[in-house]
Design a protein around this ligand. Structure first.
Ligand code: RM4
Ligand code: MN
Ligand code: MN
Length: 430
């Protein structure tokens, strides 16, 4: 029988599995204590882990070839918040929501804020969109936005970002994320240096308007939609820009925005060292900006990234305060299932990174013992921490088996009836 996702129903579903989880947890606790690790402190860390969900990830995504909508997709930002609520109820680590404007521009920001807060959710980051034209838009972004050759187009794009800030204040957001699609398809099309100068001029204006206590995040990406050059193409350019802008500007790392085989964990370490890591758009990829579920393709890479993050956390790097966000496009899965699974995979990498015996690793590094250094990382990465994650969710009121409970609840089927297909959002292709 389908059921509403109340805490009683989640607890009842957990009850069916709790004995096994307790048994596994106890066994893992004994194993870890042999390594001098207290399982309870790890479970507390797992329960405290947070990652925000992207409003644009709740609908089915798509590619430039097609979009295959799923049943019961959210049709507006309120319905997206309802789905975020389901994700958070079951995994208990996703109270934050990143909003994309204008896709999710609310008629009443106050009503949206109250709607989210009544569910224990909040808006954390605003995302501007100057990479496509909107219906009521005066000038086109076909040849760029914040870096366009025409000052009138740049002005329009700046104004849009300023609107995001205003809206964000009303919604209680604390950061603004800027990603532009600006670039060129052909050699010679764009003057590289002039385009970057124009970017800085536009960004300075947005930076100056940043509300008190906010941070500005900028996102680099090597290609797409422009196929030959992009203006903010890599972390070096991004770092230059945020350093020029000032102390409230930071470089955001989207895992899908690098060339294949780039050592992303090292980029992360560099940005930490330079005090300029904004945080992440987590996702996974095989080839490009694939926006697949976090941890699905390269789990070891994800672990190595968290190894750097946890190392910075434990060694108390000054000012280290990264924002963790998901940025995925769900083309063949139920977005709620993908988001829950991804949130769990991030917590897994985070907990595993806490298993690294850092004192020993440092010794091996000093002695240039490559084999033992790698083994130290591998022994953390190959430890199955599932009982810790399950216990942390259970103790926080979430589900031991989020996907299982979600499916059993019949939520998607109910939404398919409550949200008929017509008037569905087109804005899913990201
Ligand atoms: C971009 C980038 C941005 C996201 C858009 C939808 O590739 O990752 O973060 O806002 O897609
Ligand atoms: Mn992104
Ligand atoms: Mn992307």
């Amino acid at each position: 029988m389908p059921f509403d996702l109340t805490s009683e129903h989640v607890a009842a579903e957990n009850h069916k599995k709790l004995k096994w989880v307790e048994e596994d947890y106890e066994h893992l606790g004994r194993q870890l204590s042999r390594r001098g690790i207290d399982i309870e402190s790890l479970t507390r860390r797992a329960a405290a882990f947070r990652v925000s969900v992207p409003s644009w990830g709740l609908g089915t995504g798509g590619t430039r070839f097609a979009r295959f909508p799923g049943p019961g997709e959210p049709r507006n930002v309120f319905e997206k918040i309802e789905d975020c609520d389901v994700v958070h109820k079951l995994v208990r680590s996703t109270p934050g929501v990143s909003l994309h404007i204008p896709w999710d521009r609310p008629d009443s920001p106050a009503a949206l804020k109250a709607f989210a807060e009544s569910r224990g959710l909040h808006v954390d980051s605003m995302n501007s969109n100057t990479f496509q034209d909107q219906e009521d838009q005066r000038l086109s972004y076909k040849f760029g936005s914040l870096t366009h050759t025409d000052p009138a187009v740049r002005r329009q794009a700046i104004e849009h970002n300023l609107e995001c800030l205003d809206l964000g204040v009303k919604l209680g957001a604390v950061s603004h994320t800027v990603w532009i699609g600006d670039g060129g398809n052909f050699p010679g099309q764009v003057d590289f240096r002039k385009a970057l100068d124009r970017y800085m001029e536009s960004l300075r204006e947005i930076y100056r308007a940043l509300p008190a206590g906010w941070r500005l995040f900028i996102e680099h990406k090597l290609y797409e939609p422009a196929f030959y050059s992009t203006v903010i193409n890599d972390w070096g350019t991004s770092y230059y820009c945020v350093r020029e802008l000032g102390e409230k500007a930071f470089s955001l790392v989207d895992l899908g925005h690098h060339a294949p085989n780039v050592n992303i964990e090292m980029i992360v370490a560099r940005l930490i060292q330079f005090g300029k890591l904004a945080g992440f758009h987590f996702n996974d990829s095989k080839y490009g900006d694939d926006d697949l579920d976090a941890g699905s393709i390269k789990p070891f890479q994800l672990f190595l990234i968290f190894n750097e993050l946890v190392d910075a956390e434990l060694s108390r790097v000054p000012g280290f305060d990264p924002a963790y966000m998901l940025d995925q496009s769900h083309n063949v899965t139920d977005p709620i299932e993908s988001l829950m699974t991804s949130a769990v995979e991030l917590a897994r990498a985070y907990v595993q990174a806490h298993l690294v015996e850092r004192g020993r690793l440092a010794e091996y590094q000093e002695r240039n013992d490559a084999v033992m250094a790698l083994q130290t990382l591998k022994s953390a990465f190959t430890t199955d921490v599932e009982p810790i994650l399950a216990m942390a969710r259970h103790r926080s009121g979430g589900a031991i088996d989020p996907v299982g409970v979600y499916r059993a609840s019949g939520y998607r089927g109910r939404m398919a009836e409550a949200r008929p297909a017509e008037a569905r959002l087109g804005a899913g292709i990201v």
